[in-house]
Write a protein that binds this ligand. Structure first.
Ligand code: A3P
Length: 325
């Protein structure tokens, strides 16, 4: 058999249908376990291509999240921080890109372009330093990412809130494959969820952050909600663009927090009434990315028994790692 030579040929030759499958949720098709991670068939194809063809650069910054953990917020913050010399924040921010673009449109996703633009080479056209994002677990990232020392910001969220957020999102985006909350809960506890198991996703990046704290910054959504300003400072330091004393005294940190706040982004016309097609062939309303942003919203969806069960699964899976919620 001839070895495929281009990403397009490889896409044709990859057969995710041979992978073990579980029922769909958060996708229209069944999900399969690809290298230990539950993915939809299209993403499995993309991942294989990204692993083979993506060319990391040492100054890449990769924003990594498990879905529904605050990706939209992290992208907005990182974009505003990294581009503040080009796009003023504060007094003169009337034409800031975040006012007219869904944050997802401003940061390229590692594994989506192959479905959307049909070529990994699209990422090659971006100028350095690139701000990229991914939902891939750490073990699925192309090996050069770690080898070249690319920095990663990982944002995670309390798992019960992730499940609730994911359930709402999934049923809005895929109303035809509506899943009852109880079923979604069972699958999530089994580790069967897109990009899951969720605990493996958390652990992969957590262990990296412990081993290489200068390369992997590990953040938690609830902490960021409690103190966004200091997280903005931390992010700026990490991407090697710390705030100058002048920027600090002009209130830039607070301006970035305000620009990227849930209340501000949710009400913008682009986010309240715009649509997007982030993965190709699936147009969704931008408003689905802005629901309630409430810490502890799980209390409105789970019985005490369910909460205890998921807590104990997570505790057992994360046991001994030092990562707790
Ligand atoms: P809820 O569904 O609990 O409201 P992701 O961006 O990874 O898809 O995660 C979506 C979750 O982040 C949603 O949570 C959404 O409301 C919340 N979110 C979106 N924008 C936010 C922001 N600017 N600040 C805080 N949370 C935000």
């Amino acid at each position: 058999q001839t070895k495929p030579s281009s990403p397009e040929e490889e896409e044709e030759s990859f057969t995710p249908s041979t992978l073990p499958k579980r029922e769909a949720w958060l996708t229209a098709c069944a999900i399969s376990q690809f290298q230990g991670c539950w993915l939809g068939p299209e993403v499995s194809k993309s991942v294989a291509l990204v692993q083979a063809h993506f060319q990391p650069r040492p100054d890449d910054i990769i924003l990594a999240t498990y879905p529904k953990s605050g990706t939209t917020w992290l992208k907005a913050l990182a974009f505003a921080i990294a581009n503040r010399s080009r796009h003023a924040v504060g007094g003169g921010d009337d034409d800031h890109p975040l006012l007219t673009h869904l944050p997802h449109a401003l940061v390229a996703n590692l594994e989506f372009p192959l479905r959307h633009h049909h070529s990994v080479t699209e990422l090659e056209t971006l100028p350095s330093p690139r701000l990229l994002c991914t939902h891939l677990p750490e073990q699925l990232l192309p090996s050069g990412v770690s080898g070249l020392g690319c920095r990663i910001v990982y944002l995670c969220r309390e798992p019960k809130d992730v499940l609730v957020s994911m359930w709402h999102y999934m049923n809005k985006v895929y109303p035809d494959s509506f899943t009852e909350f109880d079923r979604a809960f069972e699958l999530f506890c089994e580790g069967v969820s897109i990009y899951g198991p969720v605990w493996d996703h958390y652990l992969g990046y957590w262990k990296r952050s412990v081993a290489e704290p200068n390369r992997v910054l590990f953040l938690k959504y609830d902490d960021m909600m409690a103190d966004p300003a200091n997280h903005v400072r931390m992010l700026a330091e990490f991407i090697r663009a710390p705030f100058t004393p002048e920027e600090e005294s002009s209130g830039m940190v607070e301006d970035i927090v305000k620009l990227c706040s849930f209340q501000n982004l949710k009400k913008l016309p682009v986010n309240s009434s715009g649509v997007t097609d982030p993965v190709g062939g699936l147009v969704i309303e931008n408003s689905v990315f802005f629901r309630t942003a409430k810490v502890g919203d799980w209390e409105n969806h789970m019985t005490e028994e369910m909460a205890e069960k998921l807590d104990s699964v997570i505790e057992e899976k994360l046991g001994g790692s030092g990562l707790t919620f």
